[in-house]
Design a binder for this molecule. Structure first.
Ligand SMILES: Cc1cc2nc3c(=O)[nH]c(=O)nc-3n(C[C@H](O)[C@H](O)[C@H](O)COP(=O)(O)OP(=O)(O)OC[C@H]3O[C@@H](n4cnc5c(N)ncnc54)[C@H](O)[C@@H]3O)c2cc1C
Length: 285
């Protein structure tokens, strides 16, 4: 594969002492492949923003690679968000993944507490308060956001984030390359030129893959689901199958013009490292 493509890794703040203890090794192993950046998730409503910040510092300490915190806005206030942005700016952060986040449906009503209801409002707020201090990445949904009423409407909401000042988009996980190509075509027709980077979720178990896809509205092709179910008690066989499927997905995406890939590592070096090696990215290490 072409080594010009950029790639990045997503981590989450560890929730257990064991997870925390193994994180430096995971960061080190992934960083050795030469990613453009690590991104670090955080819970909606700012529940673990300190965890996000601590994890970000660990990435910088153990890799020197750029670290981008996710920032969710739903249920939050301008003052809280501004304080997070100031703290990140002081820490040298140059990139933010700006999201609405998920809270109970009641939090989304215009009369609900909180001064933000959608991600486009967060993007506008970041630009208003911090100008171009941050590169802003937003979420994109090739198979439609699960709460949206229709693809066209969802796409119009995506466009609002771009018009508010997003620099790039990271997609929700998907296993149908054509859904990504269709989304990019729609961007082209709408005059949207920002990079749309596929979000890649490695396959490591039948139950997790079904759960992840169900949770975010991603279609799990029937043949993949059937094969994973068949292999669910054969860990090695399932991993080999999963790496094969996801490698082919990545190759198809890159050959079809995807500008890079964003891997949802779920805080494991493998099988993301196998994917990266298969794609020739690891050769940069
Ligand atoms: C790359 C990536 C990273 C993520 N990281 C995190 C994370 O760290 N923490 C976390 O909690 N979640 C995370 N998520 C999940 C995300 O928070 C959820 O999918 C959430 O439901 C939507 O966030 P969003 O920023 O896409 O919202 P939005 O772009 O605001 O869209 C949310 C929904 O509202 C609709 N909508 C948007 N604007 C309007 C409007 N003005 N009026 C009416 N409807 C509108 C959209 O069509 C969509 O259905 C991530 C998702 C992705 C793809």
């Amino acid at each position: 594969m072409d080594l010009q493509h950029s790639f990045s890794f997503e981590l989450f703040p560890p929730r257990t002492p064991e997870g925390l203890a193994k994180l430096p090794a995971v960061i080190g192993a992934l960083a050795a492949t030469g990613p453009e950046f690590f991104s670090i998730t955080h819970g909606a409503g700012g529940s673990d923003q300190d965890g996000t910040y601590e994890t970000l510092l660990k990435v910088v300490e153990h890799s020197g690679v750029e670290a981008a915190p996710h920032l969710t806005c739903v249920g939050s206030t301008r003052a809280h968000i501004a304080a997070h942005l100031d703290r990140y700016q002081a820490a040298g952060v140059k990139r933010i993944v700006a999201l609405r986040g998920d809270l109970p449906a009641t939090a989304l009503s215009p009369s609900a507490p909180g001064e933000f209801h959608y991600a486009n409002e967060l993007v506008s707020f970041i630009r208003e308060t911090h100008g171009d201090a941050f590169r802003i990445e937003v979420a994109a949904y090739p198979e439609m956001h699960p709460q949206a009423n229709a693809p066209r409407e969802d796409f119009e909401h995506f466009r609002r984030k771009v018009e508010a000042g997003a620099d790039a988009a990271l997609t929700q996980l998907f296993y149908n390359a054509d859904a990504y190509f269709d989304f990019v075509e729609r961007c082209g027709r709408a005059g949207i030129t920002i990079p749309v980077i596929p979000g890649i979720m490695p396959i490591t178990s039948f139950a997790n893959t079904v759960r992840f896809c169900g949770g975010c509205g991603a279609d799990l092709p029937r043949w993949i689901k059937l094969r994973l179910e068949e292999l669910k008690d054969d860990k090695a066989g399932l991993l080999e199958f999963g790496v094969g499927v996801v490698t082919r997905l990545c190759e198809t995406l890159l050959r079809g013009g995807a500008p890079g890939l964003h891997f949802y590592t779920v805080n494991h070096a493998e099988p993301t490292l196998s994917l990266v090696r298969n794609l020739g990215f690891g050769a940069r290490a």
